[in-house]
Design a protein around this ligand. Structure first.
Ligand code: FDA
Length: 395
């Protein structure tokens, strides 16, 4: 088959941003074709949020995004925000609920969101070409894409192929490579929202504690998150760790505060005066899960010691470990498990009003392909909806 058909808009990538863009553009009367190498649209939507898709957040501001240009996302988020997406959900009667930190999830299934976007695309007559291996992309308005299912041509090209996270379900660096071919800069991509890995004595300790989750505060530089931290067989995970991983830089340390609401040193000294015969691990075990308490007391060299026989200096050392535990991750679990890709097409070359390349007005980049990555909590889908919507309005 070798179909050459002139469309107004060719969207590459049938994910969150691409489907939103195609729905919008087709609703405006544009003839739209969507190409994807997967045989199923919206695969990441389907697996997100444990199958319930954390599709946005009650409060979305540019402060919840990382980008070389922190202002780039502002315009799109303002023009199409959480309330706009909720209006669309309500039109389709998709029930949702709010969890902690303003996170919004589907009541039923993430599949409801994919169906909704596909219905919107269907209503606009979007041609969906799935299972299409994309070859050379050439031209500059019109753009041409040679695929395993024919050659497609359109006046505008929207690149919505996402980032590198989770290659198992079809993530590729297609957008970054294509951007480079059109002379656009790419901010070096790296995994974000990803578990951190450790080696040596830290890993030995974490492995023994695998499965324990506690609320904690984790800090990198001036950035801190207070959420759950989970010990794993490879190191640390849980929402607080995923959040900080997007800020963490290789070779540097993060700091864990396991008891952020307590003056730990004062508490230990108080107990020393009140219950001198109690063992240190018993006292700490009243504050933390017993296994964790024991491991940290052992690391501080106070295991089996009555608190009354522990020096104040040793207790101060233990307090530091409990409230300012410095840890240097060896690395991260990488793109295999990362929820997002940091970096991507440099926003300096793009218009924040349209998502088009400044040097190629018919070429648009949306979603995770761009150097905009959100926190955990629905922010990445909101960026996909907002940037897809803006491009859909501009093509
Ligand atoms: P997306 O990845 O959705 O779509 C890209 C599309 O391009 C895919 O259909 C892919 O097949 C296609 N494609 C890629 N390369 C191609 C090529 N070479 N040729 C043709 N097609 C190609 N975010 C959030 O806000 N809330 C959440 O609950 C979650 N949960 C979550 C769980 C997991 C496990 C992951 C991995 C990620 C999340 N995320 C998330 C992040 C969120 O899924 C992500 O940011 C958005 O899906 C990005 O939308 P895009 O449309 O940009 O890319």
């Amino acid at each position: 088959m070798n179909s050459l058909f002139p469309y107004d808009v060719m969207v590459i990538g049938a994910g969150a941003a691409g489907l939103m863009c195609a729905a919008l553009a087709s609703g405006r009367g544009k003839r739209v074709v969507v190409l994807d190498h997967s045989d199923q649209p919206g695969r990441k939507i389907l697996i997100s949020g444990g199958g319930k898709c954390n599709f946005t957040n009650r409060t979305v501001t540019p402060a919840q995004y990382l980008s070389a240009n922190p202002h780039y996302a502002t315009s799109a988020l303002k023009r199409y925000g959480p309330a706009d997406f909720l209006d669309l959900m309500k039109r389709y009667r998709i029930a949702f609920h709010e969890r902690e930190h303003g996170q919004l999830f589907c009541d039923n299934s993430a599949a409801d969101i994919v169906s909704m976007l596909m219905s919107e695309c269907g209503a606009g007559g979007v041609e969906m070409v799935l299972d299409a291996k994309i070859g050379a992309v050439t031209g500059d308005g019109p753009f041409r894409a040679a695929t395993s299912r024919g050659t497609y041509e359109a006046a505008a090209l929207v690149v919505a192929t996402g980032g590198l996270s989770v290659p198992k379900i079809g993530a590729t660096g297609f957008a970054h490579t294509l951007a480079g071919r059109y002379g656009l800069a790419v901010v070096a991509p790296r995994p974000g929202l990803v578990p951190l890995t450790f080696t040596g004595a830290d890993l030995d300790l974490m492995r023994d504690l695998a499965g324990i989750a506690i609320p904690a505060e984790v800090t990198f530089g001036k950035t801190k998150f207070r959420e759950a931290v989970l010990f794993t067989h490879r190191g640390l995970s849980g929402p607080a760790i995923l959040q900080i991983s997007s800020y963490w830089l290789t070779g540097q340390s993060i700091t864990l505060n396991l008891l952020p609401d307590l003056d730990v040193q004062a508490r230990l000294l108080e107990r020393k005066a009140q219950r001198p015969n109690a063992q240190v691990e018993t006292i700490v075990g009243e504050l933390l899960p017993a296994r964790l308490a024991r491991a940290l007391v052992e690391r501080a060299g106070l295991l089996g010691r009555p608190i009354g026989q522990s020096t104040n200096a040793a207790l101060a050392g233990l307090a530091r470990l409990l409230s300012q535990w410095p840890l240097v991750p060896a690395g991260s679990e990488g793109y295999r498990t990362a929820e997002v890709t940091l970096g991507g097409v440099d926003t300096a070359g793009l218009s924040s009003k349209t998502m088009a390349a400044k040097s190629h007005p018919g070429l648009f980049f949306v979603g995770e392909a761009v150097d905009v990555a959100g926190w955990l909590g629905g922010y990445n889908f909101q960026w996909a909806w907002s940037s897809g919507w803006v491009a859909g309005m501009s093509v």
